[in-house]
Design a protein around this ligand. Structure first.
Ligand code: U87
Length: 273
C-alpha cells in the first residue's frame, strides 16, 4: 500500500518535470541577484566557496567524480574538475542534458554564459581570472559523459555506467528534495545514490531548507520536500554516511525573488562508511 502511494507520487513528480524550461530556470537562479559575484552574501558565490573549500581538502580525492541531477548547470563541478581526472554529469531530462552538451561541444547557443563563473572560481583558486579559458578547456576535457539518471531507482544509472568499485566522489545540488514526493522518498533516493559511491568516498550534498515549491519555468510549479537541518543529518546517518561538516546559508530578503519559497541552503560534506 505504502509502496503504491509512493510510486504514484514519483510519477506525479516526473509529470511536473515534463514542462521544465532550462532557459527560464537558468535565468531565475543563475543571474543576479542570486549570482552576483560582487556580493559575498549572494547565493551562488556562497555555493562556489563551499565547493572550493571541500575540493581543496586532502581527503576528497580519486579518479572519478559524478554529479547527480546536474540540471542545465555546470557551476557544481568547476572546482572538482581540477581534482578529478574524470567527471560524469547526469540528469533525468533530455533538455538538460542537451543544454550541457551545447556548452561541452562549443557549438554556441547556450542559454547561460558561464564565463563569470569560471573567472570567479579561478580567483578562488588563486589564479588570474584571465585563466578562465584554461579552466573551461580542463572541464571540457575531463567530462566524459552526460548520462540519464533517476534517483528513484535502486540503480540510478545504467548498468556499467560506472566502474564496479563506484565513484570516488559524488556531488549533488538541489536534486533529491526537489524530485521527491515526500521525506521517505528523499531518504530512499539518498540511499540509492549512496550505492554509486565507493566506501570511503565523499558525498557533497547541497540542498534547499524549508522549501515547498519552486518554478521550473513560467507557470511550472514543482513541489519540494521541506527539509530541516536535523532531517538532513538523520538521512545521511541512516543511509550509511558519516557527516563531516554541515554549513548553512540563510537567504537575505532580496534573494527571495519569487521563483521559490526557499529560506536557506545547506552544504553537507559526508563520507560513505
Ligand atoms: C542545480 N543541480 O541547479 N532523478 O543545482 C534525478 C531528477 C529526477 C529524478 C528530475 C533543481 C533545482 C532546485 C542543478 C539542478 C537541480 N534541479 C532533475 C532549485 C529549487 C531552490 C534552488 C534551486 C536552484 C531535474 C538553485 C538555487 C536554489 C533537475 C534537477 C533538480 N529551488 N534527477 N527522478 N527528476 N530531476 O531535471 O535538473 O533534478 Cl540557488 Cl535556492
Amino acid at each position: 500500500m505504502e509502496g503504491k502511494v509512493t510510486q504514484s507520487g514519483v510519477a506525479a513528480m516526473a509529470a511536473c518535470y515534463e514542462r521544465f524550461d532550462p532557459a527560464a530556470y537558468l535565468q531565475y537562479n543563475y543571474t543576479p541577484p542570486r549570482a552576483d559575484f560582487q556580493r559575498k552574501d549572494s547565493i551562488v558565490p556562497w555555493k562556489l566557496a563551499c565547493l572550493h573549500r571541500a575540493f581543496r581538502e586532502d581527503d576528497v580525492k580519486g579518479d572519478l567524480l559524478v554529479d547527480i541531477g546536474s540540471g542545465p548547470t555546470l557551476y557544481q563541478v568547476l572546482s572538482g574538475c581540477e581534482v578529478f581526472n574524470k567527471v560524469i554529469l547526469t540528469d533525468f531530462l533530455e533538455v538538460n542534458r542537451q543544454e550541457l552538451n551545447l556548452w561541452l561541444q562549443e557549438d554556441g547557443g547556450c542559454n547561460l554564459d558561464w564565463t563569470p563563473y569560471l573567472k570567479h572560481v579561478c580567483k578562488l583558486e588563486g589564479r588570474r581570472p584571465s585563466e578562465w579559458t584554461e579552466k573551461a578547456a580542463r572541464l571540457r576535457q575531463v567530462v566524459t559523459d552526460v548520462l540519464p539518471v533517476d534517483v528513484h531507482r535502486p540503480q540510478p544509472l545504467a548498468l556499467h555506467a560506472l566502474p564496479p568499485a563506484g565513484a570516488d566522489c559524488l556531488v549533488s545540488a538541489f536534486c533529491l528534495e526537489s524530485v521527491s514526493p515526500d521525506l521517505d522518498a528523499f531518504n530512499r533516493a539518498l540511499g540509492h545514490i549512496g550505492g554509486l559511491l565507493r566506501p570511503g568516498g565523499h558525498l557533497l550534498l547541497i540542498g534547499a531548507l524549508e522549501e515547498s515549491y519552486y518554478f521550473g519555468g513560467p507557470g511550472v510549479k514543482i513541489p519540494v520536500v521541506p527539509l530541516n537541518e536535523a532531517q538532513v543529518c538523520e538521512g545521511l546517518k541512516e543511509n550509511g554516511f558519516t557527516l563531516i561538516r554541515l554549513e548553512v546559508y540563510t537567504l537575505p530578503q532580496d534573494m527571495r525573488v519569487g521563483v521559490d519559497d526557499v529560506t536557506g541552503v545547506f552544504f553537507a560534506k559526508a563520507r560513505r562508511n
